[in-house]
Ligand binder design. Sequence first.
Ligand SMILES: [Zn+2]
Length: 414
Amino acid sequence: MPRSAHAASRGRRRTIALLLGLLLAAATQVPAPAPVWAQGGIQVVQAPAPLYNFGDNITFVVAAQSPALISAATLYLDTGAQTPAVWHSDPFQPARQVTATVAFNLGLNPLPPFATVDYWWQIEDSAGQKLTTPRTNFVYEDNRFAWRTASSGSITVHWYRGDPSFGQDAADIATAALPNITQDVRAPLPEHVNIYIYATDADLQAALGRVGVAYANGHADPRLGVVVVSVAPDLRASYNLQIQIPHEMTHVLIYRAANGNYAGVPYWFNEGLAVMHQAQRDSNFPTLLAAARDSRQFLSLSSLCGPFDPAHVSLAYAESESVVRYIRDRFGAEGINRLLTGYAGGADCAGGVQTSLGLSLDQLDADWQQYLAPAPETVQQRALALAPWLLVAALVLLAPLSFMLAVSRARPPG
Ligand SMILES: [Zn+2]
């Protein structure tokens, strides 16, 4: 990770505040604070949690002492993605007591939003001694908002706009969705699932856009067991929560079932499963599918293996769900599971369908279109289908008519 040359000035002000705080603590605490960690002659006196402004800047501080001159302080950061990032502290004059800082720009060096970040320090002195502090961690939450929380089992919902019943509703929806999802996606739930609910798309975009995370309506970072959605606490809140939360939680479980091969799961399968498990159906999808069927303009299933074309994204979601629903109707949850296992094992889009369902991708596509609805009938076919009914109707109408005719003829002229 490149060292940021220019920490934001706000970061510096916070660093100064932090340092003053440390000095004040040192001045007012009698006797001197016990070392937090000691190893050889080196003692770490203070290593508070970092201060940060989400998406902007972060500052870590450590205070240490040693009988020899302390010459270096290095910070290690582990977000679970790659090897730990290494940050050397700002330069300081070697001394027996030092306060070292690491400050960097989070816009240039982003941390994954809502990740639990592990960090530890290594302190060195001129006698060649080293002290490595134990790993500790903090949650890199969007601290521009005052989040409230509600929990249900292993699920914690975080929200900042809306009353407590809004958060509890979200937690209940998440809990209720789980049994259905795990029938199809047989993966253990992460120990903790954290669901963050932004009140507006703009707030969500501002948060995730800062770190370059692409998102549609919602966003899941399945690796972290984090779900981020945008739902306003308005009259449609419950409906929107029932769409977005089960959808994103399905992605989290697919990630776990995919066993390290999440990127290899075809989009139609991943999104189809997620849409199928929404507690509310998207009311546009039946219309979209009917229109595509009538105009014979379905997107081919093979074109939905990778990222969806933004020009046809709604139809892509609608088709994906319909195909996955068809697979479950025809092959059961077993079929869904065989497919998922195939993709977890590294099968490609068509290969997974072939080995798990015994069909080529094109055959699956054709079978699904057949199942979705028969081809529209021609006018002659419709007339032929109606003929027997027309005959019955004619006979039914003919009887009273001929009776009336006979009556009118029998009447003598007036
Ligand atoms: Zn999705």
